[in-house]
Design a protein around this ligand. Structure first.
Ligand code: NAD
Length: 502
């Protein structure tokens, strides 16, 4: 078990630096952000804050490294992935502990996050080997075919909830397709990305992957840089809208993919196995991974009236048994929220829910025994939630699950689809007809049947409506980092060629 002090002491005794062109560097203007441990609320270190000049240096390095990286081919690039995977395994304990300290996610869950990176490291090179162009049956007398070219430099901006996993996996599809990357992690959780930078430096040629830290200003410098034609963003809808606008204001045309929030519906039919459905609802909230701060969490559970009361009672009872405490303690089920700001935001939603007439069945408190300065919240269950309530429409991004009753199938579908977001959904039933029809009618980019929250490498993940643009984790994603080139060969009449030969 890693206790607070060794991890904090390790961080305090160490300088965390960005990675630009294979070099570990501080910010040019010596600007730093405090690192706050959400388990205690105490400052435990500092990380660099990149200026626009730092970001420009990273983009320049990525641009210079790109042609040679592309020339390596998929196998050469895959070899770097393999080396990186080995290093990641070796440094698993350190990285998981850093994430627990920095993000508040339980250390056990962060070890699992690192393990979950492995199928991505192995999978992308395999998928990339099979990306082929087409021969197109076009007009007579011609041969038409397509091939693919990387964009060049990709700007990759990530959210705070899975720090090391996002830093280790989100750049991979851009890299395997021959692009080079500038990665900017979320400012609340930079430590593991900066530690990971050492692994990148060992596994990849200089400049192929660069890590810059900081907040909106550093992100904006990346978005606005003329040499970054392809941007990939994971984060909130309001930031995504700013990024789209700022990308356009750069005066250059950019390809932007967006992985955004969710207000995901889990639909429970009266024939569903209630034990499995209750367990699925709790598992699908990702309480024990990141305190429900997860885009894919089933934060709206739509339960048929026949099972409703039992479902609410059993969910609440199960969650009352959770140990909420210090993130780096092995016995913790749920750590603190990532920041004081996030804690305030979630607390506001709890107040609004109660004010609008929902019943707070359990949770939303500071757990007894947890350090008073930490940003803790016990898992909260709202019952008697109606579709028009704020807590049923807006993404809370915290340990709050809302349970809504339904009676009529069409009204339930309307309720499930009646929000602006459309990331994931799940359907719980023993009936295959019901499962297929409902999966088809739900407005979501990813639907589970009798399952929830798990990602399966190769299966595209992403949202409809305001939940985003593009799909990740599969073939579609690899193509999204490539531009299509079409070639047309005019094929002359062979008789004319022979005639010229005499
Ligand atoms: P956020 O939008 O506040 O920040 C995300 C990133 O954008 C951070 O790195 C931040 O520094 C950067 N940023 C902020 N302003 C910027 C600007 N003007 N220009 C460029 N970059 C800027 O989001 P968050 O609070 O870190 O994460 C929570 C959100 O992310 C939730 O809405 C969640 O649903 C979403 N999310 C989505 C997925 C997915 O795969 N769909 C995964 C995880 C999180």
């Amino acid at each position: 078990m890693m206790t607070a002090d060794p991890v904090a002491a390790y961080v305090r005794g160490r300088e965390f630096r960005m990675l630009i062109d294979g070099q570990f560097v501080g910010a040019r203007q010596a600007a730093v952000n405090e690192v706050i441990d959400p388990s205690t609320g105490r400052v435990v270190g500092e990380v660099p804050v990149a200026s626009a000049a730092d970001v420009a240096a990273a983009v320049e390095a990525a641009g210079a490294a790109q042609p040679a990286w592309q020339a390596l081919g998929v196998d050469g690039r895959g070899e770097c992935f393999r080396r990186f995977g080995e290093l990641l395994r070796q440094r698993r304990e350190e990285l998981a502990s850093l994430d627990a300290l920095d993000s508040g996610n339980p250390v056990r869950a962060m070890r699992t996050d690192i393990d979950l990176c492995m199928p991505y490291l192995a999978g992308y090179p395999q998928l990339a080997r099979w990306l082929s162009g087409e021969v197109i049956p076009g007009s007579p007398g011609g041969l038409h075919y397509t091939s693919y070219r990387p964009y060049g430099v990709v700007g990759r901006i990530t959210a705070f909830n899975h720090p090391v996993m996002f830093a280790a996996t989100r750049p991979l599809p851009a890299l395997i397709t021959g692009n080079t990357v500038v990665l900017k992690p979320a400012p609340q959780v930079s430590l593991s990305s900066l530690a990971l930078a050492q692994l990148f430096a060992e596994a990849f040629p200089p400049g192929v992957i660069n890590v810059v830290t900081g907040g909106a200003e550093a992100g904006d410098a990346l978005v606005s840089h003329p040499a970054v034609k392809r941007l990939a963003f994971t984060g909130s809808v309001p930031t995504a809208l700013v990024i789209q606008r700022r990308a356009a204001e750069s005066g250059h045309v950019k390809q932007v993919s967006l992985e955004l929030g969710g207000k995901n519906a889990m639909v429970v039919f009266p024939d569903a196995d209630i034990d499995e459905a209750v367990a699925g609802a709790i598992f699908g909230m990702n309480f024990t991974t990141c305190q429900g701060q997860s885009c894919g969490s089933n934060s709206r559970v739509l339960v048929h009236r026949r099972s409703y009361d039992e479902f609410v009672a059993r969910t609440a009872e199960e969650l009352r048994g959770y140990t909420v405490g210090v993130a780096y303690d092995e016995s913790t089920d749920m750590g603190p929220l990532v920041s004081a700001q996030q804690h305030e935001r979630v607390s506001r939603y709890l107040e609004v829910g109660v004010r609008e007439g929902a019943t707070l069945v359990t949770g939303g408190d500071h757990p007894s025994g947890a350090p008073s300065g930490g940003y803790y919240m016990t898992p909260a269950v709202f019952a008697d939630v109606r579709g028009e309530m704020t807590i049923a429409r807006e993404e809370i991004f915290g340990p709050v699950i809302s349970i809504l009753p339904w009676d009529d199938y069409d009204q339930m579908i309307e309720l499930a689809n009646g929000v602006d977001l459309g990331l994931t959904a799940s359907v719980w039933t023993a009936n295959l007809d019901v499962a297929h029809h409902t999966a088809d009618r739900l407005d979501a980019g990813y639907v589970w049947v009798n399952d929830s929250t798990r990602h399966y490498f190769g299966t595209p993940f992403g949202g409809t409506k305001d939940s985003g643009i593009g799909r990740e984790e599969g073939r579609d994603e690899l193509f999204s980092y490539l531009e299509t080139k079409a070639v047309h060969l005019r094929l002359a009449d062979p008789r004319a060629a022979f005639a010229r030969l005499g």
